[in-house]
Ligand binder design. Structure first.
Ligand code: ADP
Length: 288
């Protein structure tokens, strides 16, 4: 049995143990309206884990630097489902110094995609661990990234919704290069200050830096693949290999396109609105 088929079997076994069904028939037509209706009609507008055992099984798509990790992480904490980022799984494997580590460094530090086999193995393992810990549902970030990965996922799970985050290309490179992480507390920051003129009379886009607190300042690290050259290659790879995945889900009526209007304070409430999730900050201020 090939590594790939073992991985598919592992993925399929995980899915069936988790009682996931094979994707139900979905509308054939590409349509943002279909995705919007999907969001609006879902459990009376609530995405909380339902009493019927239904749960969030979402995917985040989007170019490097768009903010998938930030928004997927926030939603995961809000909805109580795990945020599974395949980039993090890859970085953990890289840091582990195991036999895979050297092979991965060669690929990742050149901005290329890891093979479908490796990534599905890492993901299957992560899902199995989650299952052992009683996890339900997931928000996937950075997977699927190829049509083959999307087909495998579609064969073993019923993805509810795919959120495609979009940001103007000029901002993406600056955002990647500006990323910093505190090596001690793990906090994510960004030193880039983005201020771009509006397109065709549209609004100007301002994204202020997200600076670290003083105690983190001397402990900041930059990802090895966040150099200008590697980010440009990652963006190229995204357009070539990952953009067709957007079309894959668009054709199944699962894609919700979301254009980020600016930084987190501006974008987060609008994203919640697009997802038909009540903003807990509004709830709190209404109750006060
Ligand atoms: N689904 C995937 N398929 C193949 N490679 C992946 C996948 N997810 C992550 N990787 C590898 O890990 C790297 C980092 O991923 P990620 O943190 O998601 O970066 P990005 O900021 O480019 O979205 C990618 O450049 C790629 O080498």
């Amino acid at each position: 049995m090939s590594a790939m088929s073992r991985a598919i079997r592992a993925c399929a076994a995980t899915a069936s143990r988790r009682n996931l069904s094979v994707a139900a028939a979905s509308p054939k037509e590409a349509s943002a309206a279909a995705a919007a209706a999907l969001v609006a009609g879902r459990r009376g507008g609530s995405w909380d884990r339902g009493e019927d055992g239904s749960r969030v099984q979402w995917v985040f798509l989007g170019c490097p630097g768009v903010g998938k990790g930030t928004y997927a992480g926030r939603l995961s904490r809000m909805l109580g489902v795990p945020h599974i980022a395949t980039g993090d799984l890859v970085r953990d494997a890289l840091a582990s110094q195991g036999p895979l580590s050297k092979q991965l460094a060669e690929i990742v530090n050149h901005g290329k995609l890891v093979s479908d086999e490796i990534i599905i193995n890492l993901l299957s393992k992560r899902l199995e661990e989650g299952e052992e810990n009683g996890e339900l549902g997931f928000i996937l970030d950075g997977f699927p990234r190829t049509i083959r990965q999307a087909e495998i996922l579609e064969g073993v799970t019923d993805i509810d919704l795919v959120i495609n985050l979009k940001l103007r290309e000029e901002a993406l490179l600056a955002k990647c290069i500006g990323r910093r992480k505190c090596s001690q507390c793990g906090g994510n920051f960004n030193v880039a200050s983005i201020d771009i003129e509006g397109e065709n009379g549209g609004p100007r886009m301002y994204m202020p830096p997200l600076l670290p607190p003083a105690e983190c300042e001397s402990k900041l690290i930059t990802r090895a693949d966040d150099t200008e050259e590697v980010v440009k290659e990652r963006l190229r790879v995204y357009h070539d290999l990952c953009e067709p995945v957007e079309e894959f889900y668009r054709a199944r009526g699962k894609l919700l396109e979301f254009n980020l209007p600016g930084g987190i304070p501006e974008s987060w409430p609008k994203l919640l609105q697009a997802l038909n999730i009540e903003d807990p900050d509004n709830k709190r201020s209404a109750a006060a």
